[in-house]
Design a protein around this ligand. Structure first.
Ligand code: DQA
Length: 144
């Protein structure tokens, strides 16, 4: 099956950005591990700091037979436009956050995306992406 991992603003800095919160690994290195782990499936990675580019990407891939893993960064807490895009597309979207947003500032406790996603994984570090990919592969296999 085909899975798209989509990271939003500031997540290009993973490995360098607040490593005490987000870890020391660069996402590109982790993505290589993911591709090995899920060899035989088509995994794609897209990152943008721009809300519009994220929305355009969801529109482009979201009507295919694909699953989407979305860490929208701070747009999670602000963007009705991104939530509308997730609601508009056909593909299932799993929301992922590396950090436990509920243990942090209260402005991180609300997600515009959670109600339009199939589910959310928060606070499990990069492992959350792998769990989301596994879930989506199972889900896509079981739907005809
Ligand atoms: C984040 C949590 C957000 O609150 C924050 O703005 C991020 C990263 C996470 O993965 O933990 O940029 O989405």
């Amino acid at each position: 099956a085909e899975i798209h991992i989509v990271n939003g603003p500031n997540l290009n800095l993973l490995g360098r950005r607040q490593p005490e919160i987000y870890g020391k690994q660069h996402f590109e290195a982790f993505f290589e591990e993911l591709k090995e782990r899920f060899a035989g499936h088509r995994l794609h990675y897209f990152q943008s700091n721009s809300e519009g580019a994220l929305i355009d990407y969801l529109h482009k891939v979201g009507f295919g037979k694909v699953g989407i893993v979305l860490n929208a960064g701070a747009y999670t807490h602000t963007s009705i436009a991104l939530a509308d895009a997730v609601a508009a597309i056909a593909a299932p979207v799993v929301e992922v956050h590396i950090s436990n947003v509920y243990a942090r500032e209260s402005f991180r406790h609300h997600s515009y995306l959670a109600p339009v996603c199939v589910g959310s994984i928060v606070g499990l570090g990069f492992a959350g992406y792998a769990l989301a990919v596994q879930y989506l592969l199972d889900a896509l296999q079981h739907e005809k």
